[in-house]
Design a protein around this ligand. Structure first.
Ligand code: NAD
Length: 473
């Protein structure tokens, strides 16, 4: 038998793009993406998709209504499916045992229970969410404890390696597809789906636990590179070395390679997975290993706090009553996702210090910005946030009349703004903090900006800003 019907539980950043690409590349397979959220499914069926991802609109428009469907009718989708992807969220636990570190598997468990309740025929159940090692065992236990006579389940692990902002490309040209499992027939069925566009040699099969651990390991090692270069950025700032030059010199060594050596403000989507790895190591009684990976997270936190402290310090040690523009709120460019975005940390710190903020991001909705900044873990007074934060339509209105600009996301459009015009509209002295190292610092210095960035000492602006009556500090 070959797979004719796929159901995906979870229409998020992974489920949506992954299943859209599968539908596009496998016109002979019906792909149904389901979610508990009525609003999210309505958005997937509308002109404005719930997530922004380059090329995603084109792929969805090509297949939607033909062999790609988005629905809240979870029951029918599970009944019809030969293969079910579990692509639900696995956030960090916010309560109880493992709070702040362990992955919260309640959505994975909920998905497994739904399958167990509804399924009437054999299913291949594919764990696509990022989970702790041996989570597949829990899924299996739930499915078999609630088994109906004659229904067989095969559980596979098939972690997703896509990165937001480049998801479609990552899916189309994946370095590798990883499938872990014990049943060769089920593995073969999933291989056949990917073989529609991925060369067989790039499809790796392993045992289930290796597959689950490989996803955590890959994210941990990527984050480790970022933390390593970020740690060196502090050394650069203290010595006069330039972290971009160091990264280039180091990265040209073919044993090291140049990718993921870009120092920045810190923060990434890896945090929850590494926290999860640390927690697993602790549970396995491997405290040295846990401490090793914990340091990767600590370095990320240090980088964020170091950068924000620098902003406050440069602004004469007080931002109280000052108006500051935040350019970018998403955790990286080409996505509207703000989960674990360093901009949230920067905004929180500046608000706590008494600043007022103008925020502009090309893809993050105003409602999302307020949702993030009024979250109980971020602020005590949502009303105060609403009074002191303004979400702006573009970078020019966001920066007008402000004392400083903080670049929090590396959006391409921030590189080509008219910074002379922006400088003229700002309070003087005008400061710019480039947390992503994307701007032309020499040009900014020529315009008169005081410029600070990561991993590099910069000279004072030339010509020095002229003192006139209407220049305010
Ligand atoms: P997400 O929050 O965007 O989407 C998850 C969706 O699952 C939500 O819409 C939620 O309503 C839905 N859901 C929860 N329980 C459900 C159920 N029982 N039935 C149907 N729908 C249900 O999350 P995401 O970013 O797509 O991540 C999903 C998983 O993939 C996570 O484990 C994540 O760690 C992993 N992952 C994410 C990325 C990424 O870049 N976002 C990359 C690789 C792996």
């Amino acid at each position: 038998m070959s797979i004719k019907n796929i159901c995906c539980l979870g229409a998020g950043y992974v489920g949506g793009p992954t299943c859209s690409v599968i539908a596009w590349k496998c016109p002979d397979i019906k792909v149904t993406v389901v979610d508990l959220s009525v609003e999210r499914i309505a958005q997937w069926n509308s002109e404005k998709l719930p997530i922004y991802e380059p090329l995603l609109d084109d792929v969805v428009k090509e297949c939607r209504g033909k062999n790609l469907f988005f629905t809240n009718d979870i029951k029918t989708a599970i009944l019809e499916a030969d293969l079910i992807f579990i692509s639900v969220n696995t956030p960090t636990k916010t309560f109880g045992n493992g709070k702040g570190r362990a992955a919260d598997l309640k959505y994975v468990e909920g998905a497994a229970r739904m399958i167990a309740d509804i399924a009437q025929s054999d299913k291949i159940v594919v764990e696509k969410s990022t989970v702790p090692v041996r989570a597949a065992e829990s899924i299996q236990n739930i499915l078999y404890a609630n088994n109906k006579p004659g229904v067989t389940y095969h559980i596979l692990s098939n972690p997703e390696f896509l990165a937001e902002g480049t998801a479609i490309n990552d899916l189309l040209y994946a370095d590798r597809v990883l499938i872990g499992g014990e049943n060769s027939g089920a593995i073969e069925q999933l291989c056949k789906i990917y073989e529609h566009w991925i060369p067989r040699k790039n499809i790796l099969t392993t045992n289930t636990w290796s597959s689950e651990l490989s996803k955590l390991a890959a994210n941990a090692m990527l984050a480790q590179r970022v933390s390593s270069i970020n740690s060196l950025s502090a050394v650069c700032e203290a010595t006069g070395a330039d972290v971009s030059e160091v990264a280039r010199a180091v990265g040209l060594d073919s044993r090291i390679g140049s990718k993921f050596l870009q120092a920045s403000i810190g923060g990434s989507c890896f945090q929850k997975d590494i926290l999860n790895l640390v927690y697993i190591c602790e549970c396995l009684n491997l405290p040295e290993v846990a401490a090793y990976w914990q340091q990767v997270i600590d370095m990320n936190e240090y980088q964020k706090s170091r950068f924000t402290a620098k902003v406050v310090q440069a602004l004469f040690n007080t931002v109280s009553g000052k108006n500051i523009a935040l350019l970018g709120f998403a955790f990286k460019k080409n996505t509207g996702d703000t989960r674990e975005s360093p901009a949230i940390y920067v905004a929180k710190t500046l608000l706590d210090e008494g600043a007022t903020l103008n925020i502009y991001d090309p893809k993050v909705e105003e409602s999302q910005i307020f949702k993030d900044l009024t979250h109980p873990s971020i602020c005590e007074s949502p009303e105060q946030v609403r009074k002191t934060v303004k979400v702006c339509e573009d970078a020019y209105s966001a920066t007008k009349g402000t004392h400083a600009i903080v670049v929090c996301t590396e959006w391409d459009e921030f590189m080509v703004l008219d910074y002379k015009k922006i400088y003229d509209g700002m309070m003087k002295p005008a400061f710019i903090f480039d947390g992503r190292k994307i701007l032309d610092h020499e040009k900014l210095l020529e315009y008169g900006f005081h410029v600070q960035t990561i991993g590099k000492q910069l000279r004072k602006p030339t010509p020095p800003p002229r003192m006139t009556n209407n220049h305010h500090v």
